[in-house]
Design a protein around this ligand. Structure first.
Ligand code: AMP
Length: 350
């Protein structure tokens, strides 16, 4: 591996902390049993009176989809894991602009979490999500339908978190899933590609929306769609940020006020990467600029990686070709309000 990236000696992925409001947790903590293993998976609640139609099964979605087709209406799909924020809503707005009908899926996908990760404590607030989605846009339109399946609907044969125990059909996009985030989270993109395949098969949307915030995910999904001949067009929506530049993320809720402010250096570092690139196309110089900015507020050891990669192949670059550009991406472990660390990822295009 080229020496242009910065990797720490320890690459353990931090367990995040239990943030679930008591309101949501206890009645919903659900166990998935398979081959004697038990994976905790908190699920969305049954809808109370909802201002939006909520579908729970693939059969219901297919029936809704057939109706749209019969009426000649186009469908946009926005896949999410809930805990919605303005970044998610930008995707929703893009879909509403470009399609006759918009479906948002809310599903915390177990197969993309390693057993050591935060599946059970991933933030969930279904009612708040529905409220946001029900808010009408300037043209008095709202999201048409939410697909919020239970785990059994998406994984009818169970989904143990240990990959060695998983049986059945899974989807891997080889060559794009092993580097960057895939190095630290080896089963992450297999889980993402699998659940996105399921969603595309069930919904068959004209268009599907992903955020640039998770840029490797967009590269993986585009290749998935191309290689498995899905008919949906993938749209990538720019990253939404706090006023100080911090990329919005459901996990920012774990940060203290101070670290949330300090974390502004992450985007500042990425902007400095762009400035350096205007003078110098060496990946090493670009990475140095990012690292030196981030270390204004955080220890060097907390920077998991800063890498410069090709936009399509994710090949690690030593020099950026001005006609092709590149992705600068990074992960930093930032102190959180529980005395631990929260991983933040971000990127910028050169
Ligand atoms: P998640 O619920 O975290 O899986 O995210 C669902 C979708 O929203 C993914 O396509 C993300 O890339 C996208 N997303 C999350 N945060 C942001 C953000 N700050 N800006 C733009 N898109 C985002």
């Amino acid at each position: 591996m080229a020496s242009r990236s910065r990797w720490p000696s320890t690459r353990s992925v931090l367990r995040l902390f239990n943030l679930l409001p008591s309101y949501n947790l206890s009645p919903l903590l659900h166990t998935v049993r398979h081959n004697g293993t038990v994976a905790a998976a908190a699920e969305v609640p049954e809808s109370r009176k909802s201002p939006i139609q909520i579908l729970r099964t693939a059969a219901e979605v297919r029936s809704w989809r057939r109706e749209q087709l019969t009426k000649g209406l186009t469908v946009g799909l926005v896949p999410t894991m809930g805990a919605l924020h303005t970044g998610h809503m930008r995707l929703v707005q893009s879909s509403m602009r470009m399609n006759d009908a918009t479906m948002v899926s809310i599903f915390v996908n177990p197969s993309q979490f390693a057993p050591t990760e935060d599946l059970a404590s991933y933030p969930r607030d279904f009612d708040a999500d529905i409220e946001q989605l029900a808010a009408q846009d300037g043209d008095n339109r709202q999201v048409d339908v939410v697909f919020a399946p239970h785990v059994e609907e998406m994984y009818p044969n169970g989904i143990p978190l240990h990959i060695a125990e998983q049986k059945g059909a899974f989807v891997t996009v080889h060559g794009l899933s092993e580097q960057l985030e895939g190095r630290i989270r080896p089963q992450f993109f297999r889980g993402v590609a699998t659940v996105v395949s399921k969603l595309l098969n069930i919904v068959t949307p004209e268009r599907v929306y992903f955020g640039q915030k998770d840029i490797q995910q967009t590269v993986v999904v585009k290749r998935l769609v191309q290689d498995l001949c899905y008919g949906s067009v993938v749209h990538v929506v720019p990253t939404s940020r706090d006023a100080n530049g911090l990329a919005l993320s459901s996990r920012n809720a774990y940060l203290t006020e101070q670290t949330r402010q300090d974390a502004a250096v992450i985007y500042k570092g990425l902007q400095n990467a762009v400035m350096v690139y205007r003078q110098n196309t060496s990946a090493e110089k670009i990475i140095e600029a990012v690292v030196s900015t981030i270390t204004e507020k955080f220890d060097k050891e907390e920077i998991e990686y800063v890498c410069v990669n090709d936009k399509d192949t994710l090949e690690e670059l030593e020099t950026v070709h001005p006609l092709k550009g590149a992705i600068v991406s990074l992960a930093v472990r930032v102190p959180n309000k529980f005395g631990g660390k929260t991983r933040l990822i971000d990127n910028i295009l050169l």
